[in-house]
Design a protein around this ligand. Structure first.
Ligand code: PYC
Length: 333
């Protein structure tokens, strides 16, 4: 008898999202942040089963669909990845929007969705286009210097866009698809250097996303980016929380006006469009627009005898290298 998780897969600008629509254990009726804690502490197997190999691959972002605790919301959601849990995920929210449409939970129009870091508004348009009014975003520090062992001094801004970002302009390898390996090595080195120097976001939070910008490769974009995600994978999309952080920096420097559109190309040359409304202090409310495409509907089957039933990770591999009771018995003879 298999345990089952029903999922719908999509991609937003190349970055995959897998939404669990059935089979997630009951996480209670609390806020999304409380339910995320329950998922993390009691049912982390759901995350691992959904996004790790052999059922997925390292870049997969998972989403546990929840009944909202706020009656104004159409749904609640908890995002996670190959190493843990995300605060907010814009590409994932765009994937969630078309998934909710697919299962008949929402139709074209405006809807509110509850996340662990607040309520966001989605606007589902025709032809798979979705706009997300993201959480308030702001620049925390500007021109922060960090010394890396391999690349010397790197200068960047620290900003919040629903996750913490270190934003680097035109330093390091050229921002292009052919340089993915170099960009991963560069951004990992910057993140390690930030960690070692104790440079953090507000509330002592780790800056776990590193974003590098280069010139656009075509005239219909304003820049190209590369984003390193917490699990050492890079975002195939332009990263909506990263674009929100970018808009906050541009707004703070008066380089982008309210309602003006900024077009962010990803390392694959897919695009998200962003604009903003001013909020309190130097914060902004970003709106990010892009499209997502459904790629699959399936049922993940979990056989309790399978050594990789909850995915391939250090724990499941270590379990396999432990001697079986039978081997122990033979050794004792
Ligand atoms: O689009 O916000 C985003 C995102 C975060 C991590 C991967 N994608």
């Amino acid at each position: 008898m298999f345990q089952q998780l029903k999922v719908i897969d999509s991609h937003t600008g190349g970055e995959p999202t897998r939404v669990i629509i059935e089979g997630c254990p009951n996480l209670g009726n609390g806020s999304m942040s409380e339910r995320r804690q329950t998922l993390r502490e009691k049912h982390d197997w759901v995350r691992k089963t959904t996004v790790l190999e052999p059922r997925a691959f390292e870049a997969m972002v998972g989403a546990a669909l929840q009944e909202p605790s706020n009656p104004d919301c159409a749904a609640g959601v908890i995002f996670f990845n190959n190493v843990g849990y995300l605060n907010m995920c814009v590409h994932g929210m765009i994937g969630l929007a078309i998934t909710l449409k697919r299962i008949g939970k929402i139709d074209i129009g405006s809807h509110k969705i509850e996340t662990p870091v607040g309520v966001v508004t989605i606007q589902l348009g025709e032809e798979s286009e979705v706009s997300i009014e993201n959480v308030p975003s702001y620049r925390l520090r500007t021109n922060v210097e960090v010394e890396t062992p391999d690349y010397g001094k790197i200068v960047g801004d620290i900003a919040w866009g629903g996750n913490w970002f270190f934003l680097i302009d035109e330093q390091g390898p050229k921002v292009e698809y052919a340089k993915i390996e170099e960009l991963v090595a560069f951004t990992k080195s910057v993140r390690r250097a930030l960690d070692n120097a104790g440079i953090k976001g507000d509330d002592d939070q780790q800056i776990d996303h590193i974003e590098v910008f280069g010139p656009p490769s075509s005239t219909d974009a304003d820049s190209t980016n590369f984003v390193l995600c917490p699990g050492n994978e890079y975002d195939r999309s332009p990263c909506g929380t990263g674009l929100s952080a970018r808009l906050a920096c541009l707004a703070d420097s008066a380089l982008l006006l309210p309602n003006q559109t900024y077009r962010q190309a990803s390392i694959l040359n897919t695009q998200m469009k962003g604009s903003y409304q001013p909020a309190e202090g130097n914060a902004i409310i970003p709106t990010i627009t892009s499209s997502a495409w459904i790629t699959g509907e399936s049922t993940l089957l979990i056989d309790h005898a399978d050594p990789f039933k909850h995915g391939i990770d250090k724990q499941s591999v270590a379990n396999l290298s432990k001697p079986s009771p039978n081997q122990e018995f033979k050794k004792a003879l």
